[in-house]
Design a binder for this molecule. Sequence first.
Ligand code: MRU
Length: 357
Amino acid sequence: MNDTATVFSPIRWRDGGLKLLDQTRLPREETWLDCDRPEDVAAAIYRLSVRGAPAIGVTAAYGLVVGLNTLGEGQTLEERFDEVAELLGATRPTAVNLRWALEHGRKVFKRTEGLPDDKRIAALLAWAHETHAADIAANQKMGAHGATLFAAGDKVLTHCNTGALATAGYGTALGVIHASHDEGKVSQVWVDETRPLLQGARLTAWELERLEIPYKVVTDSSCGALMARGLVDRVVVGADRIAANGDAANKIGTYTVAVLANRHNVPFYVAAPLSTIDLETPTGNEIPIEERSADEVREVFGTVVAPENAPAANFAFDVTPNELIAAIITDAGVLEPPYTESIARAFLEQGEPAAPS
Ligand code: MRU
């Protein structure tokens, strides 16, 4: 079950360097990017060649190693670490896994003080590999926990892409769908196309195709009509950050799905590892929401569809308030409302804080 070597991952460490599957080119082309400099890693995260909160975190962990391997003239390893952590940390503000990885990486790096440079870099690389494997294991656990909520023949709706591509491997919400399908509990997946960048139509469909799970891509505006017709039994989505009270930030459009699910009594689940829960953020109001270029809204793959220079707004994420969430599926089990209590308990039971304190 935890054989990470057999799980597909969009992130590879090969021949001493970082390779990322360029998700901007999927599903047409499977191209792997070589990230030789930390600037390559930061650019890949920013332009969504690698995306999804857990995948961003694991990429940043390797990105720190890439940074230390390209030390500037006369620079100390400490100076380089700070420079690279700042560069990577500035790429995407909502995904808390990015901050989590950089802060954990710093702790690991500090523990190696006094060792020769090569030993310090080796220790950081070993930690990045552990982080990679731990994310896959967490997702597999989440899949098993989440499948207990599903019933035979369920039709499930999901938004954005939360599969292997969005993580170190296996996936969060799509991992739950995968595990539930393996148990014979999913008859079909409704895949929201997920405008503006179509992570659903391009990436989730690509993954479900490979997994041979029946699916249909629908426009984002279809979900209300599908629910009104009784065609959706459950919704499961991922999260970029979950506040301490259970409010969850995820791809723009998720909140709309949650409101409609509530209207139609369809259980709405969020699946995310504990590393996506941010105890330092009390409620969804404090979650920073990334705003991206208006061009992504005006255009569809380089073709301008609105009047040129039409004013446009592009909030990449929205926040679903905790009262709309029937359960939060984590690697530590299924959490139920009231979330302030169940989240605090899950962290306590885990022994050490999963989020940086
Ligand atoms: O902008 P993206 O593609 O990085 O947004 C990704 C999402 O919103 C995912 O649902 C979230 O990161 C969870 S991925 C397991």
